[in-house]
Design a protein around this ligand. Structure first.
Ligand code: ATP
Ligand code: MG
Length: 442
C-alpha cells in the first residue's frame, strides 16, 4: 500500500495511462528485496523521453532534462526526484565515462540485460510485482553478486563494473560468485582506462561499506589496481610488537573500525601508506601521499583535506589529562571537530592492531569523552574564543602579519595554563605588561 502511493508508483500510473509500460528498476528493487531502506527509485519505460516529458508535465509534475542523450528525464513527484529512462541498450564505453551511443529498445528484458549484476537487474511493478529474468532474487537470497551474462565480456565493456562488484560486496557482505570473481581479477588491469572520478566515487562507496575491511583484503587485486600505492602494504611486516597483522591487514582493520564517514574511512585506509619507505616522520609523509591519491581520484576537496589533516595528527599522543587535551586542541587552532577527527583516526588505528590495541583504544575513548565535555564547558579552546579579537590585539600591540597570530597563541596558552583570566580587561593588562617588558628588554 505504501508502494501503491509512492511517488514512483504515481509516475508509473501516469505513463501507463498514456499507453506505455513502466517498471521500477535498479538499486531500489534490490534494497527493498534485501530489507534495506531503499533510496531514489529509478524507472524504466518504453516511452521515448520526449513523450515521458510531455506526459509528466501534463500530469502536473516539474520535469528536468537530466540526461536526454541517454534517454533520461527527472520528474519531481511529491517532492521526490524520479529518474525516468527509456529502455535502452548501450554501445561501447570508449571514453570510459558514458557509452558511445545508446540504442532505445522496446523490451524491459533487453534493458535489464545491459545491467551489471543480477541483483541490479530486477524490475518491480506496483501491481504486477517482480519481473526477474536473470534470477536476481535467488542470488540475493543466496547472498551472491553475479554478473548478468558473460562476466568477462561485461567487464571488458565497462571495467568500472569490476570495482562495482567489490563495492557491492563492501556494502552487502555478499560473496562475488566464483566465475564473476575470476573474470574481475583477470580483467582488473582494465580499470586503468576508467575515468578517475568514476573510480574515486566507487572507492568512496566501497570504503564506507560495513564490509570494507574484508573487501580490501579479499579483493586486493581490484583495490590495488585502483590505488597502486597500496601494493607495498601487502606483506609489509610492521616492526612494533603491537602489530598483529601486516600493513595491509592493519589498514583494512583500521578502515572497518573507523566511523562510516568518507574522510575518516579514506584516512584510515591511507594513514600509514608511507611507512614502507621509512618510519621517519611517516604521519606527515602519509598525509602528503594521501592528498596526492585523493586528488588524483577527484575525491571532494573537503574530504581530502580532512583526511590528510587527520593523518598528519594521527601519531600525536599526549597524557590523558584535560590540560594536555586543551593544548592539543589549541595546536589545532581550537577547532574541536578537527581534533575529534584526529582522535577518531587514532582510535581506528588502535583498533586496527586487534586485541593488542585495546588499551590504547580505551585511552582514546577517554580523550574523546573529555573532548565532548570540554566542548560543552565553554572554556576557550582556540584563539577565536579569546575575549580579545585579533584586531584588538593588533591595535594594542601595534602588531602586523604573523605577529598577531603568534601573540594570540601566546595569550591562549596563558589562559589555558591559568596565568590569566579570559576577560577583555585581564587580557589587555596581560598584553600591556608583556609589551612594556619587551620594550625594556630592547
Ligand atoms: P546505489 O544504491 O549506490 O545508488 P545503484 O544500484 O542504484 O546503487 P547506480 O549507480 O545508481 O547504482 O545505478 C543504478 C542502476 O543502473 C544499477 O542498479 C544498475 O542496474 C545500473 N548500472 C549502473 N551502473 C552500471 C554499469 N556501469 N554497468 C551496468 N549497469 C549499471
Ligand atoms: Mg542509485
Amino acid at each position: 500500500d505504501i508502494i501503491a502511493h509512492s511517488p514512483a508508483a504515481l509516475a508509473i500510473r501516469a505513463l501507463e495511462k498514456s499507453g506505455y509500460q513502466a517498471w521500477i528498476v535498479g538499486g531500489w528493487v534490490r534494497d527493498t528485496l534485501m530489507g534495506r531502506m531503499p533510496h531514489d527509485a529509478d524507472i524504466a519505460t518504453n516511452a521515448p523521453w520526449e513523450h515521458t516529458k510531455r506526459i509528466m508535465c501534463g500530469a502536473g509534475y516539474a520535469v528536468h532534462e537530466t540526461g536526454v542523450k541517454h534517454g533520461t528525464v527527472t520528474a519531481i513527484v511529491s517532492g521526490e526526484p524520479i529518474e525516468i529512462t527509456t529502455y535502452r541498450i548501450e554501445g561501447p564505453y570508449s571514453d570510459s565515462r558514458h557509452p558511445d551511443y545508446v540504442e532505445f529498445v522496446d523490451s524491459i528484458e533487453l534493458d535489464l540485460a545491459r545491467r551489471d549484476f543480477t541483483m541490479n537487474a530486477i524490475a518491480f511493478h506496483p501491481t504486477r510485482g517482480i519481473f526477474d529474468p536473470f534470477d536476481g532474487a535467488s542470488d540475493i537470497e543466496a547472498r551472491t553478486i553475479r554478473a548478468v551474462g558473460d562476466a568477462r565480456k561485461r567487464f571488458e565493456e565497462d571495467p568500472l563494473r569490476i570495482l562495482r562488484a567489490a563495492r557491492f560486496e563492501a556494502q552487502t557482505g555478499f560473496e562475488i560468485e566464483p566465475a564473476t570473481r575470476d573474470a574481475a581479477f583477470s580483467c582488473a588491469h582494465l580499470l586503468d582506462s576508467v575515468a578517475r572520478e568514476r573510480t574515486g566515487s566507487e572507492l568512496t562507496k566501497l570504503l564506507c561499506g560495513p564490509y570494507a575491511g574484508r573487501v580490501i583484503e579479499n579483493e586486493f587485486p581490484i583495490v590495488v589496481q585502483a590505488i597502486n600505492e597500496l601494493k607495498v602494504a601487502r606483506g609489509f611486516k610492521l616492526k612494533s610488537k603491537r602489530h598483529a597483522y601486516d600493513l595491509l591487514g592493519h589498514l583494512a582493520h583500521s578502515v572497518s573500525a573507523a566511523p562510516e564517514n568518507e574522510a575518516l574511512r579514506w584516512a584510515a585506509l591511507l594513514h600509514d601508506i608511507a611507512k614502507p619507505e621509512s618510519n621517519h616522520d611517516h604521519a606527515q609523509r602519509s598525509s602528503t601521499t594521501a592528498t596526492r591519491i585523493m586528488q588524483r581520484l577527484r575525491i571532494g576537496r573537503q574530504q581530502t583535506q580532512q583526511a590528510a589533516d587527520a593523518i598528519a595528527w594521527h601519531t600525536t599522543s599526549f597524557p590523558p589529562s584535560e590540560e594536555a587535551l586543551r593544548l592539543f586542541v589549541a595546536c589545532l587552532g581550537g577547532d574541536v571537530p578537527r581534533a575529534r577527527r584526529a582522535l577518531l583516526l587514532q582510535r581506528a588505528d588502535a583498533s586496527g592492531h586487534g586485541p593488542k590495541g585495546d588499551a590504547r583504544e580505551k585511552e582514546v575513548d577517554e580523550e574523546l569523552a573529555m573532548l565532548d565535555a570540554l566542548e560543552c564547558s565553554g572554556k576557550p579552546l582556540g584563539a577565536k574564543q579569546l575575549a580579545l579579537s585579533g584586531r584588538e590585539v593588533a591595535d594594542l600591540g601595534n602588531l602586523h602579519g604573523s605577529e598577531i597570530g603568534r601573540t594570540l597563541d601566546a595569550l591562549l596558552a596563558a589562559v589555558v595554563e591559568g596565568e590569566v583570566e579570559n576577560t577583555p580587561e585581564a587580557l589587555r593588562s596581560h598584553l600591556n605588561f608583556a609589551i612594556e617588558n619587551a620594550e625594556e628588554q630592547i
